[in-house]
Design a protein around this ligand. Sequence first.
Ligand code: COA
Ligand code: AMP
Length: 634
Amino acid sequence: MTQRYKTIYAESQSDPIGYWQRQAQRVAWSKPHYQVLDDSNPPFYRWYPGAELNTCYNALDRHIEAGHGSRAALIYDSPVTNTIKSYSYSELREQVAKLAGAIRALGVKQGDRVIIYMAMTPEAVIAMLACARIGAVHSVVFGGFAPRELATRIDDAKPVLMIASSCGLEPGRVVEYKPLLDQAIEIATHKPQACLIFQRPMCQAAMIAGRDHDYAASLAAAAPVDCVPVAATDPLYVLYTSGTTGIPKGVVRSNGGHAVALHWSMEHIYGVKPGEVFWAASDVGWVVGHSYIVYAPLIFGATSLLYEGKPVGTPDAGAYWRVIQQHKVVALFTAPTAFRAIKKEDPRGELVKKYDLSNFRALFLAGERADPDTVHWAEDILKKPVIDHWWQTETGWPVSANFMGLELLPVKHGSATCAVPGYDVQVLDDDGRQVPEAGTIGNIAIKLPLPPGCLPTLWNNDEGFKKSYLARFPGYYNTGDAGFIDEDGYIYIMSRTDDIINVAGHRLSTGGMEEVLSAHPDVAECAVVGVADQLKGQVPLGFVVLKSGTAKADDQIVRELVGLVREKIGPVAAFKQAVVVKRLPKTRSGKILRGTMQKLADAQEFRMPATIDDPVILTEIEQALQPIGYAKKG
Ligand code: COA
Ligand code: AMP
């Protein structure tokens, strides 16, 4: 039954060099590789050293040269602006080549960094590909992050150029990005030499003379440029993601392994054929957007759908079905939270019946745990395979999945299916030993080397890479996820082992939020935990102990804290609730019992920690939580 998968998986494990040598043939190299894997400097591994290619060439020019220039590369569907626009491969290349010329004219050279802070419009995709074309390293920052977060990334990446939209559109409001960009540059120590601003008709940004340049005018004046060959091991992009502190980690993606891995995934996991329409309903600011809105569909020669809208409210809970019908989408990738939002508004799936989904073959879910209820509901209304697959910003492509293009393995609800060929996924106990029996919960780790496409290191931070991912279990990459593998090899991802929470599929650090809360002058001590939320999966909840003699009322302080997190981290943190408590529960050695507080808030059973300093505190916390709707049974 599972023979094809098993054979290919076994091949990838027994002869990884031969396996990845063969997969590399699907990518166009300007200089073919002489070594598949450089493993001479563990724990650092490099795929395809010596080889050269250009990712933009693979994504655009290659298909045009093969005679597919008139095929649709990108369809922009924006219910928030009432726009639908399609770009053929030739049209997209024309724009990309000209923008590459424009950014080069602004001083960007190969290896320089460019930060992109843009809304979900084609110009964001064009900006990413233009950087790739000239070998510049892009770093896209999600629009829902506040200036301080953008400034942290500016100081780490030290970009020569910023490319930004004048605004983003959220239901019911225009979010002006330009003032946020200006503030971020003011806060940052590093000052980019230029900014390229894409003016949207809904909001004209004020420009700073000498620094800011108009996107449209620069494009019109630019001469197109060709692709520059880069080393397979050169970085294509840096994408910052939440770590275990408020300081984000710059995940590096190198050109060669990335192109090979993404090409493989489009065919085998997503089961898409060149020329078909693939839709990842995410944002270019997240890894899903990088891999499956921009690079994978284009490298594979498919058509990518770029959607500027929400699953509900733009205009209704039938939006996804309308898009699937109208553009003949064959596969959709989104976060379970989007389906929870649709289910809440249209629980019986009445709207789906109005649309023709005959071209649609499968739904892929990732970004957070896919709760079996949501998966069942999606299966019932779509009557198509619903595939839960698991991966991270760091890996850049799925670690475990089902395989539409290889073999559809039997579905087990609650499991993100089986390890993708190339990944040796294991469950380790806290001492780093493999758990003795299938089904035992532990730390999920991947045996080194990671396959092509995964991060080789963190930006300018080899030590941080080792410390964050490799030090705990020597010889393994520690995913930070906990779970188990059953007797059939199915992987179950249950929770994180660190302070990361997933809010509506967005990865956030509660440590980062605690840093913001502790900076409030009236806060003596605090903790933030992720509590269950019916729509978003998890939302942050703050617990604060106030300094004695604080004059303000508790609810006033809570309002200030909510405002502070929005201002410092951004609306994406969805930090809306905090509770003032007298004390925080701690172990005798002073460690805050965050896990216990989360269980208490979610009214889950928990065992009283043996090391708790004073159990009475838990009763106090329970009493404080009940008035705001937490810690109640039923
Ligand atoms: N720029 C500025 N602000 C943004 C933003 C952006 N690009 N994206 C989100 N925000 C804001 C939202 O407006 C919201 O602000 P609010 O507190 O004033 O309402 C806040 O950030 C939180 O946004 P979000 O988490 O998206 O919540 P939501 O309530 O607006 O929508 C869903 C909830 C479920 C509809 C939405 O998260 C969704 O469509 N998710 C599924 C797809 C997805 O994004 N997946 C990501 C990983 S695959
Ligand atoms: P991100 O880096 O933003 O993609 O977030 C990665 C994290 O999201 C993972 O480490 C998991 O904790 C969680 N995650 C992603 N996909 C899944 C899934 N299918 N099931 C459970 N958790 C998931």
